[in-house]
Design a protein around this ligand. Structure first.
Ligand SMILES: [Zn+2]
Length: 424
């Protein structure tokens, strides 16, 4: 297949040839299509490495839609969102979870995402029911080659002591039911260090990685990420270790941020920052100079930690306004995280694939043929404009194509510049 007539991130015109049997990029530049090649026109579009979503909650997505009141916006913090979520448990059916998750996944793919890691609640009263529902979605997307999907068992707390026996049992059931990664919120356990060690051991026993919700609070006294770094340094990263959120790290003095960032880099622990949800949830009790809830991005990047950006929640009690769009995440990393646009897209694409243990898809010959074309003149225009006009390619095949029909009044007398892109 030849993607014909796009521009690269910097604005240079280029075609891209991909092999859909090998699933790799063959050539980037001026490409002559051969007889039998499928030619996909991408005029007026920017060709970028496909986005990857390193941290979603597909089992919760869209819960607030059509549920005015408790679920559309609890008007509170993380604890209020968790309470609203639990209050809505009764009557939830597996087929309803599957349908919402499928809708969320297709939304992500339409937006240019070809690999998704979703955390899935594993807790009473439904046990591994949500995980089984998501395993059915994974089976479907794998069979149809729509995207790569990884399931993280987001096991409840407590995990330690006699009170944690039930949750420890549920974690084992989740791994038996096909969870790809061990998750959890050890910072919410009465013994955070013990819970972290227990989750790392469960992951090692199962031969899978860990991806832990870490310090999702602006309380600087909660700082379990340092212990996670130490424990992983002692044991080695195994099949991959990721700390998601790390909100309170952003509240530390610079020297502490740098020390912990160096420890994470040394241990090989990646960090996922989730701007949508942490801007939504955190800081509601702070009336002035509200903290942003993002982690210590400059310190982490300077230390060489792999930092990925994810969208977390979308239209559920934890974030009522998420769009499941990597352009939204990247734009928030530009505006609230102060990353350069190219670095922001890197966090939402190549770095996210590193977190997920996937081969590079960076638009170079030989790399995985996962890419997205987004309407625009260059990377900044594509990310900031966030046009719905996109083409998503996974393993060398077009898996999503969205057209936009834009009609705005009549052409102005001073000349009609294009509404999006190519205005120079
Ligand atoms: Zn999360």
């Amino acid at each position: 297949m030849v993607l014909r007539g796009g521009v690269l991130a910097g604005g240079r015109r280029a075609d891209v040839a991909v092999d859909f049997e090998l699933g790799v990029v063959l050539q980037v530049g001026t490409v002559e299509a051969q007889p039998g090649d499928h030619v996909e026109p991408v005029d007026g579009m920017v060709l970028l490495p496909a986005a990857a979503e390193p941290h979603a909650h597909l089992d919760k997505a869209f819960l607030a839609v059509g549920a005015p009141g408790a679920l559309d916006s609890p008007g509170g913090d993380l604890a209020a969102a968790i309470a609203a979520m639990r209050a809505s448990d009764a009557g939830r059916r597996a087929d309803e979870v599957t349908r919402r998750a499928g809708r969320a996944l297709r939304t992500l793919v339409a937006h240019g995402v070809t690999a998704v890691r979703t955390h899935v609640d594993v807790r009473s009263p439904f046990g591994v029911g949500n995980l089984r529902a998501l395993a059915a979605v994974r089976q479907w997307v794998t069979a149809t080659e729509l995207a790569d999907l990884q399931l993280v068992a987001l096991v409840d707390t407590p995990l330690t002591g006699t009170a944690g026996a039930g949750n420890r049992r549920l974690l084992r059931s989740a791994l038996d039911a096909g969870a790809d990664v061990v998750g959890g919120c050890p910072y919410r356990d009465p013994d955070p260090r013990g819970a972290t060690a227990l989750l790392l051991q469960a992951a090692a026993d199962a031969g899978v990685g860990v991806d832990l919700h870490t310090d999702e609070t602006i309380d600087p006294k909660v700082l379990t990420v340092a212990e996670l770094a130490m424990l992983v340094a002692e044991r080695g990263p195994g099949a991959g270790a990721t700390a998601s959120h790390c909100v309170s790290l952003g509240m530390q003095p610079l020297a502490v941020q740098r020390r912990i960032a160096a420890g994470l880099a040394e241990a090989g622990v990646s960090v996922v920052t989730l701007p949508q949800t942490n801007l939504f949830l955190q800081g509601r009790q702070v009336p002035t100079a509200v903290p942003r809830g993002l982690t210590a991005l400059p310190a982490l990047l300077q230390a060489g930690v792999t930092v990925a950006g994810g969208s977390d929640n979308a239209r559920d009690p934890f974030c009522s306004a998420g769009r499941l769009d990597p352009c939204e995440t990247a734009a928030l990393l530009v505006m609230a995280g102060h990353l350069a646009p190219a670095h922001a897209w890197h966090a939402c694409s190549s770095a996210a694939r590193v977190v997920m243990g996937l081969p590079a898809a960076d638009l170079t010959p030989g790399s995985a043929a996962d890419l997205v074309a987004i309407e625009g003149a260059d990377l900044l225009d594509a990310v900031a404009g966030a046009s719905e006009r996109r083409v998503t390619v996974h393993r060398g095949r077009v898996v999503a194509r969205t057209e936009v029909d834009r009609q705005v009044g009549t052409d102005p007398p001073f000349g009609a510049a294009p509404m999006v892109g190519a205005a120079r």
